[in-house]
Write a protein that binds this ligand. Structure first.
Ligand SMILES: *Cc1c(COP(=O)(O)O)cnc(C)c1O
Length: 362
């Protein structure tokens, strides 16, 4: 029998979300962040849906840039971690990929770059407090000048920074990061790009010339207690499966591995064909909501590799073959992620190869 777990990707939702980001971020241009296989939605699929609408794509690594060029996309593509070794530079020039430059070692590789393949477009990354990638703010001017004078490099050097907690709309840290960035780049030419999705939602001062949005494109929010829908975005993924058994289990019997859940009465327990082998989080606790048809029921017991068990007392008509929805428009993935102690991005990125992906225009 073919696998019943299906991730449906809603192309109309992707287009709606991008249009909404553009409206919110205007006049800034939008880099559609499609790293990690477009947050698990499928790189080529998402790029095809957004082709012509996104001002640029952003990817984590050069290999994704190659995939986008191979699929025929002509837009700007920004590689957010830049070259990983000297030989990447020629390849980035050949593929006309923009490179984020965040480390001394990359400057040395760029010094040796040839201009014969056409100039490489670069973005200087300034570390304003995340302390992951980037140069310290006090070095921004010096490195900007160095980059702009290199022969293999386009003299228009972009300026980047990345927020560590922009989903905390009242937080002091983002305000401080914006201040440090503006101070570091105040006398430098070139387009500015500060905001991720939460920056677009909560930090209008940080719009800059470009925004780099991932989560919101897919209708996902990382703002505590809020789903993308709360901000007018539509989830781009619905994860469904089928009910493959309905059993009556007696009061006092325990369900699933290690018997972590005990039936409080004689009751129907449903079994749905999805588990952590598909990417449904093993850490989802008893009580995590699942839809059987349009009835909301709680997951009970441990999530296993291929199966989950459901308390069907609130869905007494449920029968084998019924559709089961793990997340989607009617059940925000943000809520499931919260139950599993993680964020929505982690869940959509975690779909495994045995999940069947289908597309619709909705
Ligand atoms: C992933 C990433 C983004 C996008 O973040 P979202 O929260 O998904 O919008 C933006 N910039 C950089 C540097 C990133 O790594």
């Amino acid at each position: 029998m073919s696998r019943t777990t299906v991730a449906t990707i809603h192309l109309g939702a992707l287009r709606h979300n991008l249009a909404r980001i553009k409206a919110m971020a205007a006049p800034a241009q939008v880099m559609a962040v499609v790293k990690a296989d477009a947050y698990g939605h499928g790189l080529e699929r998402v790029a095809r849906a957004l082709d012509g609408a996104a001002d640029a794509f952003a990817v984590a690594a050069q290999g994704d840039g190659l995939r986008l060029r191979a699929a025929g996309h002509r837009q700007r593509i920004v590689v957010l971690s830049g070259p990983d070794r000297a030989s990447d530079i020629a390849e980035m020039q050949r593929l006309q990929l923009d490179a984020a430059i965040h480390h001394e070692s990359q400057l040395a590789w760029l010094d040796g770059a040839s201009s014969s393949r056409g100039p490489l477009r670069v973005w200087l990354k300034v570390d304003t407090g995340m302390h992951r990638l980037g140069f310290p703010p006090e070095r921004a001017a010096e490195i900007h000048a160095r980059l702009a004078s290199m022969p293999g490099i386009d003299p228009e050097v972009g300026l980047l920074t990345h927020f560590s907690e922009s989903e905390e709309f009242e937080g002091e840290e983002t305000r401080a990061q914006i201040r440090r960035f503006n101070e570091a780049v105040k006398n430098l030419a070139g387009p500015r790009a500060l905001s991720n999705s939460a920056g677009v939602l909560g930090w209008p001062d940080a719009r800059g010339d470009w925004v780099r949005t991932g989560g919101l494109l897919y209708g996902l929010s990382v703002v505590p207690g809020k789903s993308g829908a709360d901000f007018g975005f539509r989830p781009a993924m619905t994860l469904t499966t089928r009910l493959i058994a309905v059993n009556r289990i007696r009061r006092g019997e325990r369900v699933g591995y290690n018997g972590t859940w005990t039936c409080p009465e004689d009751m129907p327990v449903g079994v749905a064909a999805v588990g952590y082998g598909d990417g449904y989080p093993r850490s989802a606790a008893s009580g995590t909501p699942v839809l059987v048809g349009d009835r909301r029921v709680p997951l009970v017991g441990r999530v296993s590799m291929d199966l989950i068990t459901l308390d069907l007392r609130e869905a007494p008509q449920a029968k084998v073959g019924d559709r089961v929805t793990l997340w989607g428009a009617e059940l925000p993935v943000e809520h499931i992620a919260a139950q599993a102690g993680t964020i929505s991005y982690d869940l959509t990125c975690g779909m495994t190869r045995r999940v069947l992906f289908v597309e619709d225009d909705g």
